[in-house]
Design a protein around this ligand. Sequence first.
Ligand SMILES: O=C(O)CCC(=O)C(=O)O
Ligand SMILES: [Mn+2]
Length: 200
Amino acid sequence: MRRFNAQTQHLQMVDADVWFYPGSFTLAACSAIFAALQHEITWRQDSATIFGRRHLLPRLTAWYGDPGKSYRYSGIQMEPLPWTPTLRHIKAAIEPIAQVEFNSVLLNLYRHGQDSMGWHSDDEPELGSNPVIGSVSFGGCRRFLFRHKADRAIPKVELKLTNGSFLLMQGPTQHCWQHHIPKTKQPVEPRINLTFRVIH
Ligand SMILES: O=C(O)CCC(=O)C(=O)O
Ligand SMILES: [Mn+2]
């Protein structure tokens, strides 16, 4: 895959370095990958403790990667399951664009419009400084929003994460911005997102 093509967007955002590559996988590849991931991945629904109360996360998740690359977020400790052929295929497709070797991936399955992800940054200590996050989306198209952490006067930035798109976040992005997937009342197909990471 080429690093730049006519559809490549470098987002106009201060304190960030975000690239968007729509159509990184053909429609036929997207359908095959979606079906494979639905069956191949061991999906689970975790719960997080917020103000002392446990809540089921509004999505299904899974954590895969090299042995020992465990990950902790919202009080949840995840040990990696071994790479599957489909995950290796996606990883090999995006690494030449990202120009890093990822060693782990967090998967999220949004079953319907009421599944979502709250505002957060991918800035856990094990990701190091200026983490490179490679985010691949399959299935239903969802809105993805960025907001600046320190200066809320800076307008939010919105993207539509389309089927087969690749979003690359790097440089100061995670330190200076948060992102989220809002719920929607519109009918929307299930969606699988994979965020590839480098755990140190
Ligand atoms: O579903 C998405 O596009 C966002 C996922 C995300 O932000 C994450 O896994 O950290
Ligand atoms: Mn994230």
